[in-house]
Design a protein around this ligand. Structure first.
Ligand code: NDP
Length: 825
């Protein structure tokens, strides 16, 4: 036998990792209890569920099935713990988190074995990827706990956090959720997925080992219908963080609408893997293996759509088939296995169903010649060619080892195909031409773009989606804001909580808003006949002599309302002081269309946007007195107060002109040879409903940051005092603002907001109005999972620069894209 023959006939022998340490640990602890207040407690239901080893389909462990009574108990424990943990100095939290990271490393092999037994993923991955990343997360966020006071002044923890995680990366998802939450001083109730609870339970044991104060982390195993839903609906939970399917994400959005809970959703994906003809095809093949066969393809950001430049497609497919023929599938504890088991029989069935559908729809399916093990839940790596972009397998998340391949001819076509999905989680771009790759990256609507690499993750670099892949980021500094809120807001919420508890008549659900309305009411009374410290202004005699009935401002033009109706505008004494158009669904539709047509605004130079904002300020300043009179006329404010509001609006325009070219993102240095560019990008078309208070300043405070960051907008001015916004038409027209960047539709705030929130082409909706409106906006937003920013519970003082401007507004105006660029030969 010569050497070539030896190479050809060599086979891998079995290389099993010992299961015993994991099995012994399970034996010692089961049936597992719930982890509440640092103690193991029996579930109220006295019921247990079975965990199965997917590699063998044999029972592995019995874990407790919690119900709503346990959820209540855990939330109470977390609330009690929050009273002190929320005030614990950052350095103390950092020490605990550092200890957690160390203990994870100390137990790393046991954790890796347990994860492989419970989930079916290969030991190679749990040992070398999942568990090291878990430790890295706790180290990284221990650093942010230490730095919070200096680096995030003016921020407070969100409170008690409910976290719901999926089964595909059980311990890693736990770390992504718990580490930033603890770093910011929150307490946690976490529900693992029903199939994969074991590493979360080992993590609970680690909490005991490090002596974390009781109640800071609570872990409830069980079914979604009993635990997940109760956690989402619990009235004493301040934030929900969820990773899982888009359908469940949508139902959570609806369930939390109007509740005032913060929400972050990491949902599904159908990520493109784009190969240009100058890419190194051998590297590409290994990239595809990582993209779609890593974790059996059960990865939200799996590169499940292979987009190949047409002239290399045949060569690449041939290479890929050869490689697939050599992939090894089998027991998750075998160290020489590439592909492990699918998590459950249900998931296996779903993959098979979608694959059958692909065949029925006419795509060509290819699988390697070898057979899968007959014991356990296995599915072979599968490749579809001859796929039409509109078919189910090209659109739906299969969440299995199934790759669908399509071709393109030009870079433009590649971008169009890549973006032809309702998702926007990640993308890979493969080309030896870095100019081309960096030209493509910003054009793809996705939260992470990997250049000549794929599926790279690190605690330093945020991860999260665009569109129906959800909102919010995990990782990086941006991930911290999901678990913190401005201190003034937290204080206001706390005061209302106390008021609620002392039964002073503020109803729990709509208390915050009532407070806001009440305050506005009181202020209005004070303002009546106001003479303030400045001069008394006779605004009736100051009305302009010529009738100026404002129209809508759409696509840079003043257009009549579609309805042909107008609505009257009153002063505080009830006199009619003007009319504005009664906007309707069609006006909004036209405005959204105009906003989309102006999307080029985002790709222009930030310097130009800054110049235009300065120009708007200049033109507003030239008409300062007129704008002040209009405020006096509408609100009854004194002239000095109104003039002050105009000044504040001019200053605000200056602030965002300044920020336009300074909110630039950062370069991360994860542990790899390369860099990650974290770039804040415009969200797209934003709908916004303005507050009644400060009709000019409220309007400018929302419009300016959004357009400074490159968004185009459709604004509904204050329905009570819309004339300050409609007076801005001429200011905008004379300030070189491109048509369609700002569109203004007057009318009923709630009717028009509903249309915007329902609209599939609106990417984010801001709403500053009554609670019922906030709830309606959040509910409607679930349609296309648009981001929302609503005002519930908090009276914002628009004159105050801490509350009325700054980075909070810029964060709401952007989404961070992380572009991974490894380098070196
Ligand atoms: P789900 O979205 O149903 O589950 C994810 C987590 O949410 C689990 O802990 C689950 O609990 C819980 N959950 C489910 N329903 C609710 C609810 N109504 N309220 C609160 N919590 C709930 O994912 P599946 O496990 O059912 O997988 C289905 C599909 O979802 C996959 O095929 C895949 O396409 C996608 N998916 C995407 C993931 C991602 O990372 N983006 C991760 C996992 C799945 P329980 O386990 O008890 O059901």
């Amino acid at each position: 036998m010569n050497i070539m023959e030896i190479f050809d006939t060599m086979e891998y022998g079995p290389a099993p990792e010992a299961a015993n340490p994991g099995l012994a640990w399970i034996q010692e602890h089961q049936p597992f209890g719930l982890f509440i207040n640092n103690k193991w407690v029996k579930p109220a239901s006295k019921q247990y569920i079975e965990s199965i080893n997917p590699s063998t389909s044999k029972p592995l462990a019995r874990v407790a099935a919690a119900n709503s009574a346990d959820v209540d108990k855990a939330v109470k424990a977390a609330r009690r713990a929050f009273e002190s943990w929320g005030k614990t100095p950052g350095h103390v939290r950092a020490r605990y988190m550092y200890a957690i990271a160390r203990h994870i490393q100390k137990h790393s092999r046991l954790l890796a074995v347990l994860e492989s037994l419970d989930n079916g993923k290969t030991i190679r991955e749990t040992r070398d990827i999942d568990i090291p990343l878990v430790a890295r997360h706790f180290y990284y966020y221990a650093g942010w706990a230490q730095l919070m006071e200096q680096e995030m002044p003016g921020f407070a923890p969100a409170g008690v956090v409910g976290q719901i995680i999926p089964w595909n990366f059980p311990l890693l998802m736990l770390a992504w959720k718990i580490a930033p939450a603890l770093a910011m001083g929150n307490t946690v109730v976490l529900k693992p997925a029903r199939y994969t609870s074991l590493t979360a339970l080992k993590f609970a044991e680690i909490m005991q080992e490090v002596g974390l104060p009781p109640g800071v982390v609570n872990i409830l195993t069980g079914e979604a219908s009993q635990v997940g839903e109760a956690l989402v609906r619990h009235s004493d939970v301040n934030k929900i963080a969820f990773t899982g399917s888009t359908d469940v994400g949508r139902s959570i959005r609806r369930a939390t609408a109007g509740s005032g809970k913060k929400l972050s959703l990491e949902l599904g994906g159908k990520s493109p893997f784009i190969v240009f003809d100058d890419a190194d095809l051998d590297s590409v093949v290994e990239g595809v293996v990582d993209a779609i066969w890593f974790n059996q393809g059960q990865v939200c950001c799996a590169g499940s759509r292979l987009l190949m430049q047409e002239n290399i497609a045949d060569r690449l497919i041939a290479k890929l088939r050869t490689r697939m023929e050599h992939l090894r599938i089998g027991d998750s504890l075998d160290k020489a296995v590439d592909i492990g088991a699918i998590v459950s029989p249900g998931q296996l069935k779903e993959i098979q169903r979608l694959v059958n559908q692909g065949v029925e729809e006419g795509a060509e399916m290819w699988q390697p010649s070898w057979a899968c093990p007959t014991e356990g839940y296995f599915f072979p790596p599968t490749l579809f060619t001859n796929v039409s972009p509109a078919t189910t397998i090209a659109q739906v998340e299969i969440f299995g080892p199934v790759l669908v391949a399509m071709t393109f001819r030009t870079p433009e076509e590649a971008v169009a195909l890549a973006n032809n999905t309702r998702y926007g989680l990640a993308a890979s771009v493969w080309s030896d031409n870095i100019n081309l790759a960096l030209d493509i990256a910003p054009k793809i609507k996705a939260g992470s773009v990997w250049i000549n690499c794929t599926n790279l993750f690190d605690a330093s670099s945020g991860f999260g989606g665009y569109r129906e892949s959800g909102f919010g980021r995990e990782g990086g500094k941006e991930g911290l804001y999901e678990y913190a809120r401005p201190a003034w807001e937290a204080k206001a919420a706390q005061e209302l909580h106390i008021a609620k508890d002392s039964g002073n008549g503020v109803p729990p659900s709509n208390g915050p808003i009532l407070a806001e309305q009440q305050e506005e009411g009181e202020e209005a009374e004070e303002r009546e006949g106001d003479s303030d410290n400045g001069r008394v202004y006779d605004y009736h005699s100051a009305l302009p002599a010529i009738d100026r009935t404002p129209k809508m401002f759409i696509g840079g033009k003043q257009v009549r309302p579609d309805s042909g109706y107008s609505r009257e505008v009153y002063d505080r004494q009830g006199h009619v002081i003007g009319q504005v158009g009664e906007g309707n669904r069609k006006d909004i539709r036209n405005a959204v269309e105009a906003a989309h047509a102006a999307a080029g605004w985002a790709s222009g130079a930030a310097h130009t946007r800054a110049q235009i904002l300065y120009y708007i300020a200049e033109n507003l300043s030239a008409r300062e007195d007129e704008f002040a009179r209009r405020i006096v006329q509408q609100t009854g404010a004194g002239h000095a107060e109104a003039a002050n509001e105009v000044q504040a609006a001019i200053s605000r325009l200056f602030s965002y002109a300044a920020w336009a070219d300074k909110y630039e993102g950062v370069v991360h240095r994860p542990p790899l040879r390369g860099a990650v560019l974290a770039l804040p990008e415009a969200i797209g078309a934003i709908g916004m409903a303005c507050p009644d208070k400060y009709p000019l300043l409220g309007f400018i405070s929302l419009v300016a940051p959004a357009i400074a960051m490159g968004n185009t907008i459709v604004v509904i001015p204050s329905p009570q005092s819309p004339l300050s916004a409609t007076d801005c038409y001429q200011v905008l027209e004379t300030s070189d603002l491109p048509a369609g960047v700002v569109n203004i539709v007057t009318g009923d705030r709630d009717t028009l907001s509903q249309v915007l929130a329902d609209h599939d082409d609106v990417d984010s909706m801001w709403y500053f109005g009554p609670l019922e409106g906030c709830q309606r906006v959040e509910l409607a937003s679930a349609g296309n999972m648009k981001r929302t920013w609503v005002s519930y519970g908090h009276t914002r003082d628009w004159l105050n620069t801490v509350q009325g401007e700054g980075q909070e507004f810029l964060r709401e105006s952007t989404q961070v894209k992380n572009i991974w660029i490894p380098y070196g030969e």
